[in-house]
Write a protein that binds this ligand. Sequence first.
Ligand SMILES: [Zn+2]
Length: 245
Amino acid sequence: MKHRLFSLILIALIVFTVSAPNIFAGNFLDSLSLGLENEIGHISYQQIIKQKEVVQLPKDQETRVNQIFSQLVKNSHRHKEIDYSLAVVKDDTVNAFALPAGYIFLHTGLLAYAQSDGELAGVLAHEIAHVDRRHSMKTISRTIGMSALLELILNRSSKKRKEDISKVGLVAINLAQLGYSREAEYEADSYGVKFMQAAGYSKDEILNFWRRLEGQSGGGDSHAILQLFSTHPPTSERIKRIEAM
Ligand SMILES: [Zn+2]
């Protein structure tokens, strides 16, 4: 009973702070939802590794990829609260994706396609930026509604909860693999460029990557290459925006 009352007071407080347009509101809700983000991230991660084959890279390549990755993570904003991890999965398509709570996946097809450390850094930085900007959690909260989200955060004793988290995990997987809104993709491009530059890479590297993909999109081999990177924002528009940064 006491717990219930506490929850109600907390909900009232959150509704009040969320509806009040101040900076505190966002931060308060973000810190409350971190535990839930970890749960959703973990459950969707488990799903992915059941479906996909995780690849063990040769030692020198593994060291190189991990170094690039940790350098980028270090230069992102949430590195103290998120335990980022990187897994390479066997898939010939040129793609990478990120789940909530920092689980990043890289396809072997992308690893083969990237021509330099900087290109790889650019793609990984884009994925880290999706986690950094909480794109998944924001979209989930819009999809299921704020009150359902708060219920998941606050009412941890609910019997249905595990089932609900699994469902939300599937939403997170779909988002990660099919792409976010146009705005979220542009934001991830823009933050990704900041993170890669802070880690010592030039934005020219990611521009080269995009230009090469764009150049090949009309070719015969385009299907495998552009299958997932061809999400909402047109590549030409993304290139233009990164050039203008
Ligand atoms: Zn993206």
